[in-house]
Design a protein around this ligand. Structure first.
Ligand SMILES: Cc1cc2nc3c(=O)[nH]c(=O)nc-3n(C[C@H](O)[C@H](O)[C@H](O)COP(=O)(O)OP(=O)(O)OC[C@H]3O[C@@H](n4cnc5c(N)ncnc54)[C@H](O)[C@@H]3O)c2cc1C
Length: 415
């Protein structure tokens, strides 16, 4: 990486300590093969890597969430440690959060900020170790960008709540033990004011998870239906009707979690990680073509701009500050950049972009990358909505029109 912040002695010693821990907890030769740029050796060492086992190992070490308090499995550390751990994991080609991305990235920080002592004791350590997978039950068929308009109802019944309604787009609900559920508890109040945040045991009677088949072939997300589902009041996070405050913590963390993740060029082409650019260029059929050459140069320039913006966000994190507008800017840019690159790869492959012989891994991975990249401009906030936010917060343009501000939710027109 060209854009790099120099380590202070304190950071250097933490990096050294973490690298030592990595070398003790990975197969011998893992770190060395990458440091030496030996892809063949790396392929050999990393063969049969136990992805789930690794999550437990890093989850129990504290390095999985350095900012979390020590008593709940973290290091009671500082923001720069998170950044540094991310850099080292990326360098050594290790997954950032694994399958419990939503647990570690979203649920944990929300429970730390708004949960009771009992919630922290019961859930945090098992989120980190990956023993309990979490999902996010926010979006509904009529409420995505306009999330606070959601309709799933929770009605109090003694010490319990009875929930009815439907969620959609729920990533990994099929594996989840718990869900972060946002439900309407007072329809008389304006839309943001009548919501409450719950922890839902996904195995409760009345919860039905239906997978949604994607065009890329997988089924990462689901529809989730609730029919008279009972949730004990002790599973409520924060005060009744103040769920929006907790949801904002989840959403802010979602943007930060996703802004650091994007498909890199080598994962799109399925090529070597040692030199992603030559692998990218090598996957293009006709590099003598003048239009292709111009596109490659343009992608190179854009990649540099992206790295500089990431560098600014990382510098803010390293100073212990929260990244500002760079988070949203990077999310929009990465999502659209991935789409442009994958479009180009498919086009430049000619017929091989749409039809190939079984076993052609490069063609398969190119096609998967192209199809998966469609989701990037929707998940975690659409590019249009993020552009609205940038217009308001960075450029100081007038706020988006809100015709339902202050109107009781039950009087708002919905589709
Ligand atoms: C891969 C993937 C995984 C997801 N995982 C989860 C999950 O685990 N849990 C969860 O709760 N949700 C999840 N989501 C849902 C995601 O948060 C929503 O899809 C997203 O917020 C958009 O909502 P929507 O799909 O209802 O689109 P809509 O909000 O209906 O938007 C439709 C179109 O209108 C545009 N639009 C809407 N409002 C405005 C506006 N004010 N100004 C300009 N344009 C506007 C949008 O940009 C979009 O183009 C996931 C989505 C994807 C793609």
């Amino acid at each position: 990486m060209k854009w790099k912040i120099e380590d202070t002695p304190e950071k250097l010693s933490f990096r050294k300590e973490f690298r030592e821990w990595l070398s003790q907890n990975l197969k011998p030769g893992w770190l060395e093969s990458i440091d030496e740029g030996d892809d063949a050796k790396f392929a050999q060492v990393s063969q049969g890597f136990d992805f789930f086992g690794w999550m437990t190992v890093i989850g129990k070490s504290g390095y999985g969430a350095p900012m979390w308090p020590k008593e709940y499995g973290g290091l009671s550390g500082e923001q720069w440690m998170v950044q540094l751990v991310r850099e080292e994991l990326e360098r050594y080609r290790l997954p950032l959060f694994g399958i419990n991305l939503l647990g570690v990235g979203l649920a944990g920080p929300t429970i730390i900020a708004h949960g009771s002592e009992q919630h922290k004791k019961q859930y945090l350590a098992k989120i980190l170790s990956g023993e309990e997978i979490w999902c996010q039950l926010f979006s509904e068929p009529g409420s995505g960008s306009d999330l606070s308009s959601l309709s799933t109802r929770a009605i109090k019944d003694g010490d319990e709540w009875i929930v009815n309604g439907q969620k959609v787009w729920t990533t990994i609900a099929q594996f989840a033990k718990y869900g972060m559920l946002l439900a309407r508890t007072d329809p008389e109040l304006p839309k943001h004011d009548g919501l409450t945040y719950f922890i839902l045991d996904m195995k409760s009677p009345g919860v039905e998870v239906r997978p949604l088949k994607q065009m890329s072939g997988g089924a990462e997300f689901n529809e989730v239906y609730f029919t008279d589902v009972r949730i004990p009041d002790e599973n409520r996070v924060g005060e009744i009707n103040q769920g929006w405050e907790c949801a904002r913590t989840t959403l802010m963390n979602e943007r930060m979690t996703l802004s650091g993740i994007s498909l890199d060029i080598s994962s799109i082409t399925g090529g070597s990680k040692k030199d992603p650019w030559s692998s990218f260029i090598g996957s293009i059929r006709d590099t003598e073509d003048l239009v292709a050459r111009q596109k490659i140069a343009q992608f190179y320039i854009e990649q540099e701009c992206k790295e500089i913006t990431t560098f600014r966000a990382n510098s803010a994190r390293a100073r212990g500050e929260q990244p500002g507008a760079e988070g949203g800017v990077n999310k929009v840019f990465n999502a659209e950049f991935n789409q442009r690159k994958t479009n180009f790869l498919i086009n430049s492959a000619g017929m091989n972009g749409v039809a190939w012989l079984p076993g052609d891994k490069q063609a398969e991975s190119r096609s998967h990358g192209f199809l998966r990249a469609r989701a990037a401009t929707i998940e975690g906030g659409t590019s249009e909505v993020l552009r609205n936010q940038m217009a308001e917060r960075i450029l100081g343009l007038p706020r988006d029109i809100e015709v339902d501000r202050g109107v009781p939710w039950k009087e708002i027109r919905r589709n």
